[in-house]
Each structure stands twice: as structure tokens, then as C-alpha cells.
Design a protein around this ligand. Sequence first.
Ligand code: ADP
Length: 445
Amino acid sequence: MLQNFFTTNYYEQMKVQETQRTAKLLVDEYSRDPSGFGRLAQSASSTSDIFIRVDTDNGTEVYDSGSYFKPSNIAYDFETSTAKNQLESNSVDSVSLIAKDKKNDTRRLVYATYLDGRSSGSMLYIVAPLYPVQSTIVILQRQLKYISLIALCISFVLAMVIATRLSQPIKDITKSAIELSKGNYNVKFKGGMFTETKELAKTLNTASYEMQKTDSYQRDLIANVSHDLKTPLTMIKSYAEMINDISGDNPEKRRQHLNVIITETDRLNKLVTDMLSASRLQSNTLELHKETFDLVGVAEDIANTYLLLNEQEGYHVHFNKCKPTYVYGDKEKIKQVISNFASNAFKYGGDSKYMEISVKRSGKNVRVDVIDHGDGIAADELSHVWDRYYRTSANRTRDIEGSGLGLAICKGILVLHNADYGVDSKVGEGSDFWFEMETVRPPKV
Ligand code: ADP
């Protein structure tokens, strides 16, 4: 449709424009240099395959392209005079009309304009053949059919290649996912050559790594928890039996044995509380009771219990504080964080028995640091210490009590408070567990 309709119109329009351009050139040349006009007209006639006729006072000049197209003189005279009449009666500068030659079924464009202004009466006629474009359209249509067929074949082959290349990695990924669902964490996802499938494979590899990690933590936890629960339970049972069998009548011994039972029960209680907090944090059901409180005071309360240790041989506990500084948060939970940092500093502080708690202002924030001179934490384990059930490889083997939940709870609490937190540590030198909270104005009293 496009070809049939547009090609003919477009071709004729182009022909009119081209003829107008040639006419303007000739008119300009005539007024500039009449002697060179003949040469220009002849060359324009041959290059553009047109007839040019010039009627002046000196007579008529005809420039012929010499092509096969030659209107009969009668027709030619008739058409040019029709154009001239139109030009004169419409008082326009130029006229273009399309003439049909019925005899040989051809069409031509007849263009007429004044050569030297309306008054002089000199005329310029250009007759340009309009070749039938129908045959060209038929050729183009045939070509289009072949081109479409070739394009269709190429796109089919290309589509097949791309589809196989795209579907293969997806098939591989599906296979690997089935393996993963069976608990085989060693399976690797391959993404093929496309960015999207590569990204998908990368994400699944990360997910499988995380699942593997959680799974191994979970296993560790069950081992740890059952060990941690078993030890105090065994102690409680044995001491209860001892009281029953031996020390029941001996007040001094009985008191000692009951104390062991109480300590072990406390340990059990703490473990169960920790597990409960961790699970509440995970399910986002831990409630905060926020208030404005003095963070320095809270840290001091904890530091005081540890400062008493300085009375014993070998302990070095320090507390550095700034003036009272208020923050908005859950006082008890923040206290739990500092306590946890402090108890870890002693648990993992080794023989140095050194601990420093410091609370200092840092711009709009207040920062709490709990520093020890223990074995420190290896760089590749630093980010994991905040994970649930994670215990560093150095401490896993030692007989230090712990569930790996303390720091995960601290992290959960600090995140709920939008606090910055972190740990700086060097193996052999010690660790610095810290957090930073925004300060607020003191409450009005
Ligand atoms: P827990 O102490 O009950 O194992 P935490 O979550 O408090 O659990 O600590 C996680 C792990 O981080 C510990 O098992 C220990 O390996 C490591 N860790 C924590 N605090 C310190 C510290 N001050 N120095 C060295 N390692 C530490």
C-alpha cells in the first residue's frame, strides 16, 4: 500500500521540485550571463533528461536530452501553450502541469515560467518525462518478498540460538536448585553468558552460601545448647543427690551445694532468656520501652560492679566518662548491650584481666567503647561475630561458656535504636566493641 500510494506521489513531487530548481538556475543564468545560458541549458537537459525550450524575441531555441522520450511537436506545442495561457491568466510566476500522452500511455511534467520577467514576454518551458513507477514498485515488492523471507529465516535461526543459550543456563539453575532443596549445599549455580542469568546464579550462590552458614550455625547451636543445658542440669542433679545422700544434715556443706545449684540454675535461666530474646528479635516482636536517660550513669552502674575487681590481684578495670549525656532509648536494653560487651571483655580477655569502659561525646553523638587486651578476633571473622550462634574458631575449641547469642542480641537492640555499632580488633592485641547514639536534651524536671 505504502509503495503504491507514496512512491508515485513522492516521485512526481520530487520531479516538480527538481524542475523548479533547474528553472531557477536557468533564469538566474540568463539574467547574469545570457551568452553562457545555452551551454547550461544543454548540460541541464542531458543530465536531467529534460526538454528545454526558450521563446525570446530572437526566436525559439530547443535543448534536447536526446533520450528516447520525444513528445510529438503538435502535442508539445499544445502543452506549452496551455501552460503559457495558465501562466498569463493566473498572474503567477510559474505553472506546472502534468500532461498525458494517450498514444503511447506516457506522462510528462510541463513547466513554464518567464525567462526575463513578465514584461519581456520571453518564456522558458521545461518538459520532463514522468516514467511509470509501477514497474519499479513491482520490482521492489518482489525484492521485499525475498528480503522478508531471508530475514524470517535468519531471525528464526537467531531466535533458536538465543533461546537455547538462554534456556540452557535456566535449565542448569533449575537442576542445581533441586539439588539445593535436597540439602546439597555444595551445588554451584552457573549463569551462562547473559547478564540476567549470571545475576540470578550469583544471587542463588549467595543464598545457598547463607543457607549453608545458617544450617551449620544451627547444628552448632544444637550441639552447644544441648551441651550448655546438659552441664548445669547434670550439676544440679548431682548436687541435689549429694544433699539428699550426704550433706542434708551438714548445714555448711548443704549451703555450699545449694549455692552451686543456684548458680547453675542462673546459668540455665540466662541461656533460656538469651534464646528467647534472640527469637523475639528475629520475629520482630521485641518491644522497646523508650525514655530519655543518662547513658553515662548506665555505663557507670555496670563499670562499678567491675571496678570492685581491682581490689583483687591482677585486675585492671578503668572507667572513663564525660559529663552526664542523655539519649532516647530503652534503658534496660542498652544496659544489656554494655553488660554483654563487658562480660565478653573478661570472658575473652585472657590473662590480661584488663578492661576499659569509656563514654565520650563525639559531636552530636555519644560513643561507648568497651576495650580488652585479649586475643582479639581475626579479620575474616570480625563481621560474623554479630551473627546468631556464631562463635569464633579460636573460642569454639576452648572451654569458654557461650551460646553465640549475646552479640546477635546486642546487634538487634542497637539496630532497633538506629545506633551505629562495630568492633575494632587485632589478633594478639585485643578488641574494642563500641556503639554510638544520638544525644538528646536532658528531661525537664
Ligand atoms: P558468646 O560469648 O555467648 O559465645 P557472643 O555473641 O557474645 O556469644 O559472642 C560471639 C563470639 O564472638 C564469641 O563466641 C567470641 O568468639 C567472639 N567474641 C565476642 N567478644 C569478644 C572479645 N571481646 N574478644 C574476642 N572474641 C570475642
